[in-house]
Design a binder for this molecule. Structure first.
Ligand SMILES: NC(=O)c1ccc[n+]([C@@H]2O[C@H](COP(=O)([O-])OP(=O)(O)OC[C@H]3O[C@@H](n4cnc5c(N)ncnc54)[C@H](OP(=O)(O)O)[C@@H]3O)[C@@H](O)[C@H]2O)c1
Length: 316
């Protein structure tokens, strides 16, 4: 119940003005950049639905070659063909990626590196929330495994290609829920105690800390890394909780549409004024407050080393 309550705090406070103030407020910040992405290659994880799909639609409209990286290829193909038809951009391509399985992540990266010469934007968007206690194929707690470790490994495997294609950007979709998280090094996989709401918060804090440490390590490379909160968005994210599904329906008027929810991801991916901005956290297309735990560099470094150990990689 504590975890669910924390997640309810995601519902936005009232306040923004506009022609219809309520709707304008709920819609949140909009990416105003008209940047074109012809010739640019983008990977978006979890782009078969929700925020990821709308991010893919926007970047495809800008002319990018968009790799829709998702675990359900049929669902991905349905989304991709809809985007191709609407935008006229035929370079929206579906590739299989299951972030709950490091073998699948390695296969995805291997195929991508064999097929694509460049990578300019990596959007680590996929996520699970309120998952009943379960483990990934590699024995990681599901939220930590998919939301953090899966993207950590994916970024590691693709980083050289991003560096070669610089200027390049890494965009990590975190959440306001990171405020409720902590990195429980003594029980990372929730074996001793588990709360699915808190497990989500912990994994979203991990996204913020990963971004911070990654940006520090990438200083001077022209590869930037930023994280963001998309807002409270009407998507399938609540699907694992009947309580949250019900609440999302009741409060749907106060939630962003997926397209509105994609604005900050698009902003971090394309905005000209962010060319050399790195290690920051955004919400509604502007810098946002990061919790003290999300600014703890010692924890960020420790999480980095522990993540490498868990994944059996050396990333100096
Ligand atoms: N919605 C919100 O209010 C909200 C608020 C704050 C942050 N966020 C963040 O926004 C991001 C996108 O969420 P959303 O709201 O768009 O939710 P969504 O509609 O549920 O989309 C999540 C995406 O992640 C994919 N995914 C889940 N597990 C995966 C795995 N093991 N391997 C590969 N892909 C996997 C899903 O694929 P399937 O369709 O195959 O399951 C889906 O494409 C998440 O990181 C979430 O934490 C959302």
């Amino acid at each position: 119940a504590r975890g669910h309550f924390l997640l309810l705090l995601l519902l936005p406070p009232p306040g923004r003005a506009g022609p219809c103030p309520a709707l304008r407020y709920v819609a949140g910040g909009q990416c105003k950049s008209a940047a074109k992405l012809d010739g640019k290659v983008v990977i978006i994880t979890g782009a078969n639905t929700g925020i990821g799909k709308e991010t893919a639609r926007d970047l495809a409209r800008r002319g990018a070659r968009v790799i829709v990286a998702c675990r359900d290829v049929a669902k991905g193909e349905a989304a991709a063909s809809e985007i191709r038809a609407e935008t006229g951009n035929q370079q929206v391509i579906v590739k299989k990626l299951d972030l709950a399985n490091t073998k699948s992540i390695r296969e995805f990266a291997e195929n991508f590196l064999a097929e694509e010469k460049e990578l300019h934007i990596l959007i680590n968007n996929a996520g699970v929330m309120l998952y009943p206690y379960s483990k990934t194929a590699d024995g990681f707690e599901m939220h930590l495994g998919v939301n953090h470790l899966g993207h950590f490994l994916l970024t590691f495997l693709l980083l050289e290609r991003l560096r070669q294609s610089a200027p390049a950007r890494i965009v990590n979709v975190s959440s306001l829920a990171h405020h409720g998280g902590r990195i429980r090094f003594h029980d990372l996989h929730g074996d001793k105690s588990y709360n699915r709401g808190l497990a989500y918060c912990h994994s979203k804090l991990a996204n913020v800390l990963f971004t911070r440490e990654l940006a520090r390590r990438l200083q001077g490379t022209k590869v930037t890394a930023n994280s963001l909160h998309p807002g409270s968005v009407r998507s399938e994210l609540v699907r694992h909780s009947s309580v949250m599904t019900w609440l999302w329906k009741v409060f749907s008027f106060f939630l962003k549409t997926p397209s509105e929810g994609a604005q900050t991801s698009v902003y971090c991916a394309v905005a000209e004024e962010l060319d050399s901005v790195t290690g920051q956290y955004f919400s509604d297309c502007q810098p946002a407050y990061v919790s003290p735990r999300g600014r703890d560099d010692e924890t960020a470094k420790k999480l980095w080393h522990v993540s490498c150990e868990l994944l059996g990689i050396q990333w100096d």
